[in-house]
Design a protein around this ligand. Structure first.
Ligand SMILES: Nc1nc2c(ncn2[C@@H]2O[C@H](COP(=O)(O)OP(=O)(O)OP(=O)(O)O)[C@@H](O)[C@H]2O)c(=O)[nH]1
Ligand SMILES: [Mg+2]
Length: 334
């Protein structure tokens, strides 16, 4: 009596959205063809140079391997990686180019760098990343956490060409450490970002290890852009670094796989395509300020031309009506 059957507990909300919150428009095949045919528009430049930076163990070297794997269709382990992420495994500044076939290379190169740490005498120095952005760090330079590269060091390139300079800066961070990142590391990431902005270098973010962060993604990579947790991490990182969410890409690097597959390669190639698109924009020379003002006035006029025409027609119509009235009153001037 009085003991009605208790209602079943409501089902917990799904960790996934029913539809992806971002769609990846191009097919892997289309992106592959695009990368194969890509040549920098600026003929002074042989390669688009992409610099990866970020905390220790974030997956920077793994991302270079993953791009090579996705482009070549075989899992690559060229850039050495390490699971024991106490301090940075990558110690030297190294350029990676990727074979297209036996005789040629893709027109994109990656620069790998030592990881950032919160302590000032550990990990790569922010000053060294700033020097790398301007092309002053020679390939093979071994970073010294105790002091930045100086002009008298053989690793210092005093006369960098446009080819030596960085064209796109990519910040690599594991998605599950976004909220755990030490404020000092975020401060260093922001400092590098501001330096790149001053130099007109476009910036993107790769959030790695999506498989470790979300069981639904580990079991099915297609759930990546459906995950509510991952969307939240993207938004959180956007706010922490001050970079818009559409510059942030989710990626699972190749690490234990022995074969490539479109589920993993697709998002890697989408991010790569965006790097190329943004990098191409950095080759467009910035116009002098005065010229910008004239151009922007001219384009504003063009933009509002239909409204201006419409207004002129209306005014003419009103005048005509008025004149017509006057006419009726006998002036007859038209
Ligand atoms: N599960 C998983 N593991 C990853 C992923 N990306 C990287 N790893 C692993 O994370 C560890 C560190 O990766 P690295 O590529 O060496 O990281 P790094 O940023 O180059 O690190 P440092 O050179 O030490 O600064 C390695 O054991 C990788 O296999 C990923 O997307 N998923
Ligand atoms: Mg590394």
């Amino acid at each position: 009596m009085g003991g009605g059957e208790s209602k079943p507990a409501p089902a917990p909300p799904s960790p996934l959205f029913s539809e992806p919150w971002r769609t990846l428009p191009m097919s892997t095949q289309e992106n592959l063809l695009l990368m194969k045919s890509y040549q920098p528009r600026n003929k002074e430049v042989k390669h688009l140079r992409i610099l990866l930076h970020g905390p220790v163990g974030a997956g920077k070297s793994s991302f270079i391997n993953s791009v090579e794997s996705a482009l070549r269709g075989i899992v690559s382990k060229r850039a050495l990686t390490d699971a024991n992420t106490g301090s940075s495994f990558t110690l030297k500044y190294k350029t990676y180019n990727i074979h297209k076939d036996d005789q040629s290379f893709y027109s994109i190169v990656f620069n790998d760098i030592m990881g950032l740490e919160k302590d000032d005498n550990k990990g790569v120095k922010v000053e060294d990343i700033k020097l790398a952005l301007r092309g002053h760090v020679r390939d093979g330079y071994k970073f010294n956490p105790c002091g930045p590269l100086t002009e008298d060091d053989p690793g210092y390139n005093s006369n960098p060409s446009l080819d030596d300079k960085v064209h796109v800066l990519v910040c690599v961070v594991p998605v599950n450490s976004v909220s755990l990142l030490d404020d000092k590391v975020v401060q260093k990431l922001r400092e590098v970002r501001l330096a790149a902005s001053d130099l007109g270098i476009p910036q993107l973010v790769i959030l790695t290890k999506v498989d470790q962060a979300c069981p639904e993604v580990e079991s099915n990579i297609q759930n990546m852009y459906k995950s509510k947790y991952l969307k939240g991490q993207v938004e959180q990182f956007s706010a922490r670094l001050g970079i818009s969410t559409n510059c942030i890409f989710l990626v699972k690097n190749y690490e234990s796989e022995t074969y490539t597959n479109d589920g993993i390669s697709g998002p890697i190639l989408t991010a790569l395509k965006q790097m190329v698109t943004e990098g191409e924009d950095s080759f467009i020379p910035t116009q002098p300020r005065e010229e910008n003002i004239v151009t922007s006035c001219f384009s504003s006029i063009l933009h509002y031309l239909p409204q201006i025409m419409h207004y002129c027609t209306l005014t003419q119509h009103v005048n005509v009506s008025c004149c017509g009235k006057e006419n009726n009153e006998g002036t007859q001037t038209w």
